[in-house]
Design a protein. Structure first.
Length: 253
């Protein structure tokens, strides 16, 4: 009887490990069939199904959650168009991340993925409304925790998120008094100087610099983004940043 139980346990672990591998393959093919910044749903939906199954094995739960949160963000940002559908997708990521961060509090990865979903959720919900509900404070808190846990994670992802929340959050007297563009520049520049300077870091830093009247550096940064071919591993994401940079250059000039 014990041998049978052990065999079944081993077999199930093997099956779910296979689900993890299949999920990664599907996720890595997420840009297949994309037109510009609009991605197809097939591969990302397959990835979601595989990672949801892989999460059932304790040893895979944390890694599968990380990937699943990436999927929710990607689907909400590059696949879905309907506002309510996008909000629902980000809310899946938000809810799952909150649950798993409580279980894995020292995971910089889960906190970072939480902030990607939370930030997009706030955009769809409305920046001012989200700020009044404490979203900006949450983003600041988790950004600082990511820096404490692993300042190098995702090319200075904690620094980037902290700079981004300073830049994007509105100043609301008596409710939200800490957002500051000078601090945004400090943290966004810190992210830019940590690891690889990725396009989204450059566009955010450019926006903060332009707001601070540092037009020449802002223009140089967006031109760098425009002139750099997108990384095939992040094809749709970087196409989006190139389009963003083109729009910024029109505004800046």
């Amino acid at each position: 009887m014990m041998k049978r139980i052990l065999f079944l346990s081993f077999f199930m672990a093997f099956v779910y490990a296979s689900e993890m591998d299949k999920g990664i393959v599907a996720y890595n093919n997420r840009a297949e069939g994309a037109v510009g910044t609009k991605a197809q749903s097939k591969n990302i939906d397959q990835a979601i199904r595989h990672f949801e199954r892989a999460m059932k094995i304790d040893a895979l739960e944390e890694e599968a959650t990380d990937y699943l949160l990436r999927c929710y963000y990607y689907k909400g940002t590059f696949v879905l168009s309907d506002k309510d559908a996008r909000k629902a997708e980000y809310n899946k990521g938000k809810s799952l991340a909150e649950k798993m961060i409580a279980k894995y509090p020292n995971s910089a990865a889960l906190r970072f993925r939480y902030l990607t979903c939370l930030g997009k959720w706030a955009e769809v919900y409305g920046i001012f409304a989200a700020a009044k509900e404490g979203v900006a404070d949450l983003m600041k808190e988790h950004s600082e925790k990511i820096i404490e846990l692993d300042p190098e994670y995702e090319n200075g992802g904690g620094y980037f998120m902290l700079g981004a929340v300073h830049f994007k959050s509105p100043y609301i007297p008596f409710i939200l008094s800490w957002p500051d563009n000078d601090d945004a520049i400090i943290w966004l520049r810190k992210a830019f100087q940590t690891g690889a300077a990725i396009p989204v870091q450059k566009t955010y830093l450019a926006k903060a610099l332009y707001k601070d009247k540092q037009e020449d550096e802002a223009i140089r940064l967006v031109r760098e983004v425009i002139s750099t071919p997108p990384d095939p591993d992040y094809l749709v994401e970087e196409r989006y940043e190139i389009e963003e940079a083109k729009a910024l250059l029109e505004d800046f000039e």
